[in-house]
Design a protein around this ligand. Structure first.
Ligand SMILES: Nc1nc2c(ncn2[C@@H]2O[C@H](COP(=O)(O)OP(=O)(O)OP(=O)(O)O)[C@@H](O)[C@H]2O)c(=O)[nH]1
Ligand SMILES: [Mg+2]
Length: 308
């Protein structure tokens, strides 16, 4: 997978490599990747298991290229989709030059965090701890938490941060970059992500569904891009939102179609920001029973090991 791009030789002392961003669901991994790169690379929502793929966010500067790998959250899987997500997250720990474990300072160390620490121990991965969401906790609560993390002996550095406000993010960035090996440009300096436009569009639609729904609906949603048609003045996108039950379809369509319209408008605006063009977004909702448990459907939807 690691293949240097045929680019100019970097200056002497240039550091480059892969930073695995790992942690339990909802701790702020994607928010942090976006903050590092300074662009919206990965979607963010208050629902756990927002990220379902390995997504690269690439930061290139004169002295270094850091390739951040966003990953799904560590959790105990209850169905095949969950097992896929945890498999992807494990792969990210394996392939990283250095891992940044994101811990939610508002919730402390939970069993999912301990599983991840076991994995860091097992793989002997170099790791830095980011204690995130410090904007939400009193400073005096941070010290005991940092001490507990230090007692594990797993981390080379500890940085309290707020991925949301950006507080201490530059400090964390330097801690990570100084641990990267000397190396080449792995990606063209202008490249920010490995996501294709259709993949990014699919995610932006899913993000708006996650933001608009709650309880079991966000977990039951997948999005498929059916067709993208380039017209002279606009981009026409046909997409299907897949849910598992008729009831979920009803929620997503809403009274007189109001919910779907709201989701569609918000998603269209996000997609327009991404592609820099007018967009016409045609959204449908379809029920596909238990798609999360069907290996063939999972594969069709792109949730297959090694595939985005
Ligand atoms: N207050 C506060 N909220 C944050 C911070 N970082 C992230 N959040 C919020 O936490 C929620 C989850 O953020 P994500 O970045 O989607 O978390 P994640 O770890 O990528 O979650 P999964 O993809 O589900 O594993 C969102 O509502 C974010 O706005 C932070 O530093 N402070
Ligand atoms: Mg995420």
């Amino acid at each position: 997978m690691k293949q240097a791009a045929p680019l100019d030789t970097p200056p002497p002392g240039f550091r480059s490599g892969f930073v695995g961003v790992v942690g339990k669901p909802n701790v702020g991994k994607s928010t942090l990747v976006n903050a590092f790169v300074g662009q919206k690379i990965s979607i963010v929502s208050p629902r756990p298991q927002t990220t379902r793929q390995r997504i690269l966010g690439i930061l290139t500067r004169p002295d270094a290229q850091a390739i951040f790998i966003d990953s799904p959250g560590w959790h105990e899987p209850t169905h095949p989709l969950g097992r896929y997500l945890v498999g992807v997250a494990k792969g990210v720990v394996e392939e990283a030059d250095v891992a940044v474990m994101v811990l939610d300072a508002t919730s402390g160390i939970r069993k999912e965090d301990e599983w991840l620490m076991d994995e860091l121990r097992r793989t002997k991965r170099r790791a830095v701890l980011a204690l995130n969401k410090v904007d939400q906790v009193h400073k005096r609560l941070l010290l005991p938490l940092l001490e507990r993390c230090a007692a594990t002996g797993l981390f080379e550095a500890y940085v309290p941060v707020s991925a949301l406000t950006g507080d201490q993010v530059p400090v964390l960035l330097e801690e990570l970059i100084r641990r990267l090996p000397e190396g080449p440009y792995w990606y063209d300096p202008g490249t920010l992500t490995d996501q294709s436009h259709p993949q990014a569009i699919r995610e932006l639609i899913r993000e708006q569904v996650l933001l608009a729904t709650r309880q079991e609906v966000p977990h039951a949603v997948a999005v498929m891009i059916e067709e993208i048609v380039e017209e002279e003045k606009r981009l026409v996108i046909h997409a299907t939102i897949i849910v598992e039950r008729e009831g979920q379809k009803g929620i997503l369509i809403g009274k007189g179609g109001s919910m779907l319209k709201r989701v569609g408008t918000a998603a269209r605006q996000e997609v327009e920001r991404l592609v820099g063009r007018h967009v016409f977004l045609d959204l449908r909702v379809k029920v596909v029973s238990d798609w999360r448990s069907d290996p063939t459907l999972l594969r069709d939807l792109g949730y297959e090991q090694g595939k985005a």
